[in-house]
Structure formats: structure tokens, C-alpha cells
Design a protein. Structure first.
Length: 119
């Protein structure tokens, strides 16, 4: 993900109204702009500005249906953030959890495992 896209994504996530919009659209995919506007006491224009920032960041996808615009949550930008900063730890966590599971199955305490590894 390019730095400019990353900046737009974090800018979009920085505002509580935009996070709430994402929650609404995630919970009810295909919500119309009017549906989303109905959740807020601010003007339709203000909500539309928030929607525009979310679309620019790639977090919302809109689809024209007649006179309405239907909104859908796009997980891919958040997945890109996750991949950038966490995937390097996946194998270490998987290995640790696997060892922990095996120890539980054998009923070996972590203290006993340390002691055995020093022998």
C-alpha cells in the first residue's frame, strides 16, 4: 500500500463519525446514503463529506441502484494494514500456541518445560 493511500486510510479512521458510519454499513450492507444519514443529527451534506472521505480511502464501495447509492464496507484496506505490521509475527504466534497446546495435552507446566529444555 502506498504512503498516500495509507494516509487517506488513517485520516478516514481518525474521526468517530466515520468509524460509526463504517459500523453501520458493516452491520447493514447495502445501506443507502439516506439510511446512513438517518443515524445522525448533522446535515446530509456533512454526512456526504464523511462518506466521500471513506470512499476515497477505499473503505466504502458505493453502487448506484436507481436513484439511490448503496454502500458496502470494504475490508481490504484494513487487511493491508494488518498485513503490513502483523504478518511477520504470525508464525511465531502459531508456533507458541502449538507448543502451548501440546503442553496442555500432556499436562506439562511451562516451568517443567523450561526445566526440560535446560537438561
Amino acid at each position: 500500500m502506498k504512503e498516500q493511500q495509507l494516509d487517506a486510510l488513517f485520516q478516514a479512521l481518525a474521526h468517530p463519525v466515520r468509524r460509526e458510519i463504517l459500523d453501520i454499513v458493516k452491520t447493514t450492507p447495502g445501506s443507502s446514503v439516506s439510511d446512513v444519514c438517518g443515524h445522525f443529527s448533522m446535515s446530509r451534506i456533512a454526512v456526504m463529506k464523511h462518506l466521500g472521505l471513506l470512499e476515497t480511502a477505499g473503505m466504502l464501495v458505493s453502487e448506484k441502484s436507481g436513484r439511490s447509492r448503496l454502500l458496502y464496507f470494504n475490508i481490504m484496506p484494513i487487511q493491508a494494514i494488518y498485513d503490513r505490521w502483523t504478518t511477520q509475527y504470525d508464525s511465531a504466534w502459531a508456533r507458541s500456541l502449538s507448543t502451548f497446546k501440546k503442553d496442555l495435552e500432556r499436562k506439562v507446566t511451562p516451568h517443567e518445560r523450561k526445566r526440560k529444555s535446560h537438561l
